[in-house]
Design a protein. Structure first.
Length: 178
């Protein structure tokens, strides 16, 4: 299945992730990690490129193998974003109702990709509705300047549980579709 998503700048193809996407997805992580370090926010994902860490390579590979793992391709076929939905992360308490949990959302850095994150969250809404689910949750880094939490709030998510996982400050957010 392929879906077209459109931002103010261009159209992209959203398709199911494949194991072969791993190098490009790790490249996205490496770029975002470098950017986070450059703005003084190394606490979020560390300073080491994920493509050089066996632990992170395994984590991303496992995420891409999940049934609701999707990638966004540019017109030239290169991967520029990923969304993975599934069960809640192990460090997050289970929900009291059926849910769609956004386990991973990452977009390549660059103005040409602006708006893709919001489009992917709208896609998560659509996927949940198609399954008869009206509750979505996700978690994110709550440290730094707080802009990541603010981004999700601007997309209709409300902060619920704050947590600390081995020194990593996190925030669970949820959205009810009505």
């Amino acid at each position: 299945m392929q879906t077209i998503i459109t931002t103010a700048r261009q159209s992209f193809v959203l398709r199911k992730a494949k194991a072969q996407d791993l190098p490009e997805v790790l490249d996205i992580f490496d770029g975002v990690v470098a950017w986070l370090v450059s703005i003084g926010n190394a606490q979020q994902w560390g300073e080491v490129p994920w493509s050089t860490s066996a632990r992170q390579i395994d984590r991303v590979s496992e995420a891409l193998a999940l049934p609701d793992a999707w990638v966004v391709e540019t017109q030239d076929g290169s991967v520029c974003a990923v969304i993975v939905m599934g069960d809640a992360m192990p460090y997050v308490p289970l929900a009291a109702q059926p849910e769609c949990y956004v386990r991973l959302l990452i977009v390549k850095r660059g103005q040409q990709y602006k708006g893709i994150g919001r489009q992917l969250l709208a896609f998560a809404d659509q996927q949940a509705k198609e399954k008869g689910i009206h509750h979505l949750r996700l978690d994110c880094y709550a440290g730094g300047n707080g802009n990541l939490v603010k981004f999700y709030q601007s997309c209709g998510y409300q902060s619920t549980l704050s947590f600390n996982d081995e020194g990593w400050s996190g925030q669970v957010l949820e959205r009810n579709l009505g």
